[in-house]
Design a protein around this ligand. Structure first.
Ligand code: AMP
Ligand code: MN
Ligand code: MN
Length: 357
């Protein structure tokens, strides 16, 4: 496969190498699956769906994990395959095979990064264009809407049929990363994959409600407060506009909420008509913030995120910010003008300027 930043998907040789890597695991071999820190639906769904597939292949010594606190966000508590999960501290120190999911760089594996060196083989399944090609064998498809698309492709080549458990995991992953089939990445192939998953009998209404439309009342009130302090800056990003807000650990504590509830906040902020770019700055420690960035299409927010030490996709990206929330937002403002796609593209400007300011 070609180098960093390539838009080409896996070659036939890449697929063959990945299939061999799985088939060559000895009968009593240990397989460790790792997804990125602070896992989202694509990370967890891709990892657990693949784990269930390996189990069908007869792999018995199998663990799934992610760095950081061993806490699965409540919306994912119904996912099939959760019994595969172990805390990072209990993960095999030197597995025969390690498989990484939805991580664009080794840093997204946190303390588990050492397994890339201690494992017999390291296989990477991902869909970030910015993937750094860490690990040994790469199935990285920037054209894929989710890592779960790559997972389905590998399970198919391994001869593992979809069952309802695998399908539910992959469906959660696919709906998470396509915004429930609303984003640009929603190609005919995405709907064809969704059709194959639904054909196993999984219930999309139940799954979507659990994953996207279900939160504690305290979180609803917390959202009200945090949205109430949102700021609109029409002149930011070369006039495309920025809308942003922040949430502190104190906000979470006052409403008795866990940090994961804030993951959905960006969806309420990014609908702001007057701004192309939206941002939520979420406190994770005294001077540390998890930043979510979204664009409607005029700004490449992955450029902003990469410049500030993070990564992501063109229209959905993030990074870890240090200092105060205001300092973090000031750094974002400083990067936005350079990240406007095509400089002064007229069509993008019209799209935003039909809304009176
Ligand atoms: P989020 O806003 O957390 O949903 O993240 C959006 C996308 O940005 C994710 O799919 C990741 O690709 C990427 N991302 C978020 N945070 C980071 C980070 N700290 N480092 C690298 N990439 C990130
Ligand atoms: Mn992800
Ligand atoms: Mn993803």
């Amino acid at each position: 496969m070609s180098g960093t930043g390539s838009d080409a998907g896996p070659t036939g040789a890449d697929w063959a190498a990945a299939v061999d890597a799985v088939r060559q695991v000895p009968a009593d071999g240990r397989v460790l699956l790792i997804c990125h820190v602070n896992p989202d639906g694509d990370a967890l769904g891709s990892m657990l769906g693949f784990g269930l597939g390996l189990r069908r292949l007869g792999v018995r010594r199998l663990q799934a994990t992610f760095p950081g606190p061993p806490e699965v966000p409540e919306p994912f508590h119904g996912l099939p395959g959760l019994d595969l999960l172990v805390p990072a501290s209990e993960a095999y120190p030197d597995p025969d095979l390690v498989v990484c999911f939805d991580a664009a760089s080794a840093s997204r594996l946190g303390d588990l990064v050492d397994r890339l060196a201690t494992a017999g083989t390291a296989l990477v399944l991902d869909h970030h264009a910015s993937n750094t090609r860490f690990g040994g064998i790469h199935l990285v498809d920037p054209a894929a809407a989710a890592t779960s698309v790559v997972v389905e492709g590998l399970l198919d080549r391994l001869g593992v049929p979809l069952d309802a458990g695998i399908a539910e995991c992959l469906y959660v992953a696919l709906t998470t990363d396509t915004g429930s089939f609303r984003f640009e990445a929603t190609t005919p192939a995405v709907h064809e994959m969704a059709a194959r998953l639904l054909a196993t009998g999984i219930r999309p209404g139940d799954i979507s409600r659990r994953i996207f439309d279900h939160r504690p009342f305290g979180a609803v009130r917390l959202f009200g407060e945090v949205l109430g302090r949102a700021r609109l800056e029409p002149s930011a990003a070369g006039g495309r506009g920025l809308v942003w807000t922040y949430a502190t650990l104190d906000d979470l504590a006052r409403h008795g909420q866990r940090p994961y509830v804030l993951e959905a906040l960006i969806d309420s902020v990014r609908c702001t008509a007057e701004a192309d770019v939206s941002c939520v700055v979420k406190q994770v420690a005294a001077e540390e913030w998890a930043v979510s960035l979204r664009s409607k299409g005029a700004v490449d927010v992955s450029r902003v995120a990469v410049a500030l030490g993070g990564g992501g996709h063109r229209f959905a990206a993030g990074f870890t910010g240090r200092g105060t929330a205001d300092e973090v937002v000031e750094r974002i403002r400083g990067q936005l003008d350079d990240a406007v796609i095509g400089g002064g593209d007229q069509e993008d400007q019209r799209r935003v300027s039909v809304f009176p300011r």
